[in-house]
Design a protein around this ligand. Structure first.
Ligand code: SF4
Length: 421
């Protein structure tokens, strides 16, 4: 989402005569687009500001404008100006469309309203990647998981109308994209307007797949409670929808899920996984896990490990719990760090093993890959398989933008190698 927002901020400034520079100290305008999910997010932003200031003063350049944007800007607001007086403007993730005007008119330095509707109407959309593009279709969250800052920094759930999303995609199609990755903090809670009625994500996916030039569609991140039958069925009926789903569960224990305020149970999650697998047996599952949430016992942790063994993930992201200021879980008593570390290490070993086995299962088989960028080595190209794995290949021909069936000859922990062309 932040990559998407950063691209939009860049697109807003280009018509005003700005261009991107690779050296920060050459800039007239620096926009620090921040993420509040990171641990000690605010502290890291202040140290980044310090580093930027140092670079400019070394170059004896003082006439630059410094902006803090994103979720830390939203959460900290005026405090940023108090702690870092060199910051000229502070702008939250739902009002950054006002930035050019704020700077042009030297207006008030802070904008932290939730103006999603107005935001999308004012944005400019230029493709940043010639093959695959992120599209924000839904923002905000009404779920209020007890560990998460998103409902406070991104506001309540908002869905863009179908027409507006398709108009954005049309602009990228003109610039050559073939894959869209639909983004939302709760992407499957999507409930936009289409055809004068409320429509869901399955409808939107079907409508986007009518674009002949769009060959692949992905979406993330989903919540189990919004995994409707229509969306599960779309994984069978919509041939452009990739057989990969990122569906966070966070813990395999109902006791911990309740403490996390996830509003779903372990069984509900497993039911969804089984439904998906029965309809689309090759679907690759991905998830997020928080290890060592306050009150997590050995039994709770074992339940998470058992769930991982039962589902078998193709990839997953796991983190040790760390409290985020302003969330209900911040006040809970944290468990011993060494216990958390040991559990995280066991869980990550299991997930790594599953990822390794998943990748290995494709060696000797053919996979469909969309190549989207050059690799580090000469004549090397990298793409994504239908299951979202990285696949690299050596080829004298430029493969960027090509969708090919390639024979897989080797797998590593994190990627696959295809036979030289
Ligand atoms: S559903 Fe996701 S974004 Fe919403 S509060 Fe929970 S973790 Fe945060």
């Amino acid at each position: 989402m932040n990559v998407y927002d950063s691209n939009r901020i860049k697109d807003l400034f280009e018509p005003k005569g700005y261009s991107q520079t690779s050296k920060v100290e050459d800039a007239d305008l620096v926009v620090l687009n921040t993420c509040h999910i990171r641990e000690k997010a605010a502290e890291k932003v202040y140290s980044d500001i310090g580093r930027i200031e140092k670079k400019f003063s070394k170059n004896k350049k003082h006439d630059y404008k410094l902006v803090v944007a994103g979720c830390v800007a939203q959460a900290e607001g005026i405090e940023i100006k108090n702690r870092a007086p060199r910051v000229d403007y502070v702008v939250g993730p739902q009002s950054y469309q006002n930035l050019p005007e704020m700077i042009n008119k030297n207006k008030e330095f802070i904008s932290d309203d939730f103006l999603q509707n107005e935001k999308f109407k004012s944005l400019i959309f230029k493709s940043s990647n010639i093959v695959s593009e992120f599209i924000s279709i839904q923002e905000g969250c009404d779920k209020f998981c007890s560990f998460c800052v998103v409902p406070y920094t991104r506001g309540s759930e908002f869905s863009r109308p179908v027409k507006e999303i398709k108009d954005e995609i049309k602009q990228y199609i003109d610039q050559g994209i073939q894959e869209v990755i639909l983004l939302g903090q709760n992407v499957n809670a999507y409930h936009g307007q289409g055809n004068n009625k409320d429509v869901d994500l399955a409808y939107l996916l079907e409508s986007i797949s009518e674009f002949e030039q769009i060959k692949r569609i992905r979406y993330m991140t989903s919540h189990p409670n919004d995994m409707s039958d229509s969306l599960i069925n779309a994984h069978v009926s919509n041939k452009k929808l990739m057989p990969f789903i990122h569906l966070p569960i966070q813990s395999g224990s109902d006791n911990i899920l309740k403490k996390m305020n996830r509003k779903h149970t372990r069984n509900k999650y497993l039911e969804i996984v089984n439904k998906l697998k029965s309809k689309r047996p090759d679907i690759a599952m991905s998830s997020d896990f928080i290890v060592g949430f306050p009150g997590e016992s050995d039994d709770d942790f074992d339940l998470t490990m058992n769930l991982i063994k039962e589902v078998e993930f193709s990839i997953a992201y796991s983190f040790m719990f760390s409290p985020r200021p302003g969330t209900p879980a911040y006040k809970l008593t944290d468990i011993d760090k060494n216990i958390k570390k040991a559990r995280l290490s066991a869980l990550q070993s299991l997930l790594k093993e599953q990822q390794k086995n998943f990748n290995k299962s494709f060696v000797g088989k053919e996979l469909e890959v969309l190549f989207d960028r050059k690799g580090r080595n000469q004549n090397q190209y990298i793409g994504r398989s239908i299951y979202n794995q990285s696949v690299f290949i050596t080829s004298k021909e430029n493969l960027i933008g090509k969708i090919l069936q390639v024979p897989i000859i080797r797998s590593t922990d994190f990627a696959l190698e295809a036979k030289k062309q």
